[in-house]
Ligand binder design. Structure first.
Ligand code: HXC
Length: 514
């Protein structure tokens, strides 16, 4: 055969494979408001940067007429490319080919690109759109999932791992995304669940739609499985690109530095926090007043709202922000907000991102519901995460810092490197009202005017303890600063802690309470 005919043959073969499951299935995919796997990769990566591998991989199953099926690429597209010039490894399941179901060779394509990502120390982005384990391939499919989960775990804390749910992600398939660092979902498109509506109906006799069971909103607002919610695939890809811009490629590097960064005057810091400790405000305004260009990229925006987490930059360098949110349940720590903050702090620590904490917390949420839901176990995670984190840790106490909340929120005692407090900070075992009622109970009860005595005692307590000066006198905080000085103090702290180095005691691994 002449070379030109060989090239022609290659072109023909390739063109056929690039069509995926064919016109009909592609149309069905589009009718569901979904892009094809290839379109998704093109939309996500820098133009022309995608290099595909294993296009010619074929499935090896023969049972149930599988031998006769072509299954282009075995239902998954894998390769490498760049996002804003930074290398990433990608896989995208192709629902138009056997419903993107995972058979042996499909899983081998995924594990091969995962191995590349780990070896080359670059982020891995997995686009999930699949009916799950390929039923015809039996245990080979299950083995494939096991191999993926194992690699997710090995890569954890070494390279950032991102999961994008752009279709069904059912059964055990959900555990790969669950093992990764960030899960992106899109309204009306993402569906994630262990057992589907059919099984639920059979076993429990209950009817539920896929959307109500495990749609994008469910995982962004209720279960906490998703970190980013988007209204469209396009918005989702923009979010992924933004995230990639904030984080380093691996755990041996720091995130890239962006130049030209000044805070917008629109986010003036004075006046955000009301003097009255019972009045709420949006702590995101404080973060925006401090972050470069007021650019705050919030993570898990719609879940466990009493804490706010996300990325921003200070003088061009990425920082992770953790802040109590007085707008929601006065900013308490509960089961979910403890989990949310703890995992984020561990991500920042693994990837050399300093943690900046803003404190305004009345304490852990009281009540039988929370106690029974494991507040002790979950609440301990945040203590663990702050304590083990060796990245620079800077804490600013804005207003209330009561009880366990004071300790948990990046206190000096958990080895914050710098702790600052605003003049209105109240650092105490509990709020003045609760404290006065307990320690002055006898005096209040025996007084001729209990209400007046209570008021006096509350005031007495407030004067003595509800201020930053007792903590400052012990060196628990490093400086009392004016709100307008916050960005300056944080920027300086980051600068002087650039070469921070501490060693934890040698161990195989710790045992966080998860
Ligand atoms: C083989 C599958 C498949 C699967 C879908 N297909 N899922 N083939 N194995 N798991 C095929 C269909 O037969 C069909 O092929 C094509 O993909 C498109 O599927 P449709 O059903 O037509 O699409 P749709 O109506 O959009 O429904 C999508 C779906 C449904 C909701 C995902 O297909 C479904 O329920 N699939 C089964 C889901 C499931 O139970 N998976 C196993 C989970 S257990 P044709 O040739 O007709 O076009 C699991 C265990 C993993 O994953 C454990 C790891 C630890």
């Amino acid at each position: 055969m002449a070379l030109s005919s060989k090239i022609r043959e290659f072109h023909e073969k390739r063109e056929k494979l690039l069509l995926g499951g064919g016109e009909q299935t592609v149309e069905k995919q589009k009718a569901m408001g979904k892009r094809t796997a290839r379109e998704r990769i093109s939309a996500l990566l820098d133009e022309g940067s995608f290099t595909e591998y294993d296009l010619f991989v074929k499935h090896v199953a023969h049972d149930f007429d599988m031998g006769d099926k072509s299954l282009p690429g075995d239902g998954v597209i894998t390769g490498t490319g760049t996002i804003d010039g930074s290398p990433v490894a990608v896989f995208a399941q192709d629902f138009t080919v056997a419903g993107g179901s995972l058979g042996l060779m499909h899983s081998r394509k995924i594990t091969k690109i995962m191995d590349h990502a780990l070896k080359m120390r670059m982020p891995l982005i997995g686009i999930n759109d699949s009916g799950g384990a390929r039923i015809q391939e039996g245990v080979n499919s299950l083995a494939g999932y096991g191999e993926i989960f194992f690699r997710n775990t090995l890569s954890s804390g070494v390279i950032p791992q991102i999961s994008v749910i752009l279709g069904p992600c059912a059964g055990g398939a959900v555990y790969s995304p669950a093992l990764t660092d960030f899960v992106f979902v899109v309204d009306n498109i993402s569906k994630m669940f262990i057992t589907g509506p059919e099984v639920i109906k059979t076993v429990l006799g209950e009817e539920i739609s896929m959307e109500d069971l495990g749609g994008a909103r469910v995982h962004s607002e209720i279960s906490g499985n998703a970190h980013f919610f988007a209204g469209s695939e396009e918005e989702c890809f923009a979010q992924i690109k933004k995230l990639i811009g904030f984080i380093p490629r691996n755990n041996t590097e720091k995130a890239g530095v962006l130049t030209s960064a000044e805070p917008l005057t629109a986010h003036e810091i004075d006046g955000i926090v009301p003097d009255d400790p019972t009045l709420p405000y949006d702590v995101r305004d404080v973060i925006k007043a401090v972050a470069d260009n007021s650019d705050f990229f919030e993570v898990m925006e719609n879940f466990a709202g009493s804490i706010v987490i996300g990325f921003g930059r200070i003088e061009g360098r990425t920082a992770g922000f953790v802040a109590n949110q007085p707008l929601e349940m006065a900013g308490v720590l509960d089961v979910d907000s403890s989990d949310k903050a703890a995992r984020f702090i561990r991500f920042c620590d693994a990837f050399n991102i300093p943690v900046i904490t803003f404190v305004d917390i009345p304490g852990y949420l009281p009540g039988a519901d929370q106690e029974h839901a494991g507040l002790i176990r979950h609440g301990a995670k945040i203590l663990y995460s702050y304590s083990e984190a060796t990245v620079p840790k800077i804490t600013v106490i804005l207003r209330k810092a009561y009880g366990g909340g004071y300790i948990a929120m990046g206190s000096r005692h958990l080895r914050a490197d710098f702790v600052f407090a605003w003049p209105a900070a109240e650092i105490a075992v509990m709020g003045p009202e609760g404290a006065a009622n307990i320690i002055f109970r006898k005096e209040i009860m025996s007084s001729a005017d209990p209400e007046e005595t209570r008021r006096q005692k509350i005031e007495e307590y407030r004067k003595k303890f509800a201020n930053p000066y007792v903590a400052a006198s012990r060196g628990y905080i490093d400086a009392v600063i004016e709100p307008s000085e916050t960005r300056k103090f944080i920027a300086h702290s980051l600068k002087v802690s650039e070469n921070k180095e501490i060693q934890l005691p040698p161990k195989k691994h710790g045992l966080p309470p998860f």
